[in-house]
Ligand binder design. Sequence first.
Ligand SMILES: Cc1cc2nc3c(=O)[nH]c(=O)nc-3n(C[C@H](O)[C@H](O)[C@H](O)COP(=O)(O)O)c2cc1C
Length: 345
Amino acid sequence: MGACYTTDAMPRTVDPLVIGPHEIWPPLVLAPMSGVTNRTMRALYRPFGLGLTVTEFVSSNALSYASTNRRTMEMIDQHGLEKPVATQLWGDDPELMARAARVVRECGADIVDINFGCPAPKVTKSNGGSACLRDVDRCEAIVRAVAAAVDCPVTIKMRLGWSEDALVYLEVAKRAQDAGARAVTLHARTARQFYKGEADWAHVARLKRAVDIPVIGNGDLADARVALQRMRESGADGIMLGRAALGNPWLISQIRDAMEGREPHAPPSAPDRLRYAIGVHFSAMVDELGERRAVPQMRRHLALYLKGMPNAAILRERIMRLDRAADVISVVETVIAALERPAAA
Ligand SMILES: Cc1cc2nc3c(=O)[nH]c(=O)nc-3n(C[C@H](O)[C@H](O)[C@H](O)COP(=O)(O)O)c2cc1C
């Protein structure tokens, strides 16, 4: 990684991630997370220091029907605030994937990402997601068809392989590169592992040595110092952050700080984190989705914002039973008051 400089003359510790015409700074990507990384979430978390966000995965089948439903269209819609955005597609049919890619490109995708990683049975039973890794020829055909269909970069996100005895990631990445992919993200687990065990970043390093296109490493990053270390040791051109950012967008800022050569800022106090959770995050979700849809989603987010706070488990349980936004806010305000009481006394 060469030496380069930020605008405020702090030495950058890593280079930008370049995907086709996009120079992505910082080289930090928010992982696609189904049911989570909707446009509200992407726009909220982007300013913390993300260079790129990815939509939830969208079924190429669903996009191919003339009467594509409102929820699917919502998934590929954007605020404009979170650009550049990669829109992620899944499916096993090259022709349908190409058709879906044209639709999402027309709807503003800056990058089309292909999902070769999802291990969920509802996806793999129709040969989508990580099930594609059982057929390397098909992976190649999908990338080739999608790359030919759109005038923007096409990328892939994958796991190591279907199972430990079939680690096909190097072959898939090389074939994808030849078929027109402009970057590859590796979640360094097999599909069979789901989320068990640890992501093995030695495979990210191997992938980096095997291909010429940019490599984005993913899996189990939860600390700024470790994230930078993994990136350096593997030689990855970018890193992707998923679960650890949920309820803790300040981790994104800490990683950006480290990438920009600054000492990572301390995260805000517990009361301030909760004020953000209800005053900014929850409020944006209610504005966009309405109370009925925002409250269940926000209950899950709040459980994560509460992580590590006193009585978090009891509070989580209380919040999980609430349906009205006002009730959720009132519980969190009580928590904030309780957290601040000893300091005020
Ligand atoms: C709730 C949830 C939903 C996910 N949905 C997607 C998805 O739509 N597409 C995808 O490629 N990966 C998806 N993933 C996987 C993540 O993008 C990421 O690869 C994985 O969580 C490992 O990164 P992490 O350890 O930083 O969380 C999902 C993960 C979670 C936890």
